[in-house]
Design a protein around this ligand. Sequence first.
Ligand code: HGY
Ligand code: MN
Ligand code: MN
Length: 387
Amino acid sequence: MLEPLANVGRDPATGGYVRDAWSDADMELREWFAGEAARRGLDLREDRNGNLWAWWGDPSRRPGVVTGSHLDSVRQGGAYDGPLGVVSAFAALDILKSRGTSPRTPVGIVCFTDEEGARFGVPCMGSRLLTGAIEPERALALTDDDGDTLAEVMTRAGRKAHELGRDPETRATIGAFVELHVEQGRALVEYDRPVGVASAIWPHGRWRFDFRGRADHAGTTRLADRDDPMLPLARMVLAARTAAERRGIVATVGKVRVSPGNANAVPGLVTAWLDARGPAELDVRDLVAELAGGADVREESWTPVVDFDPVLRDRLARVAGGDTPAPILPTGAGHDAGILAAAGVPTGMLFVRNPTGVSHSPDEHAEQADCEAGVVALADVLEDLCR
Ligand code: HGY
Ligand code: MN
Ligand code: MN
């Protein structure tokens, strides 16, 4: 089932995936989702925020058990982060049907839009809009690297951008949500188990740093006369690593924009994005404050710590684990499941073993047998929750 997606948004030079929200690749992925839903006779809906829902049963009668994930990717991402959860949702539903399960509870499959925030900078956009975790006005005004706003991009994609916003009707259809996701780490390798259950998501955020200097000639401007913004950037990157090590958290600068970007000129402006995460919110905030001194810094997104419902967590571990409960793991990766949990939806996550732990990279991988174990675990969990 992953095969038909293998070439959608794939960069042949690297094998990486570029599946920005509302891009051609995203539209192709939406078509794929609709086809999978139609093939199974599921009721397909797109909500006002662009999230896709495929229902087995009618959730307006009673809230359903929902599973799913996202199909968009980071730039040059891997094949599993997101798609594994959506494909596994359809495959698990097939298993339920093959078992002759006719759930009294509706079962929904969701594909959240723009989980990575690769284009507009705010992750989990679809679930944040659905739950009211971001104001539609702010979302609509976000711009991509070309300066196009989310409003313009969604309008061009044929959506009614002015309808974006909290969606209590759709929220009411979700009785419980379980997201299956490739593990972004190696804990399951250590446990030697194919499937794990999430306990928590670290608090994490993204901050935009603007360093302004004075553009000048690279050859004729004396060093003493320069106001080169590349230097405070370099200091910030090194300070971020030192401060993160000292605090036992993680900090990353993975995106830098230098303007105007001439090889033979001192830049006028350097913009960089800091991603910081850690078990304790205060450590993350203190690190950013330490780095912010004097620079023009804007918080672009913040996700508080998520502790998944412990009763549901333990139930998932028991059902997904088979003979012995599945390992329970925290994660430093954000997910739509975290946004729903924060909005009060009973939520849990299943992780599928990733032999190298590598993610957000073309090298991301999961073994076929582990993916299948994940699908069976998800089917068992859905069947249990539908009782
Ligand atoms: O950035 C994250 O943690 C997630 O992959 N969106
Ligand atoms: Mn991701
Ligand atoms: Mn993901």
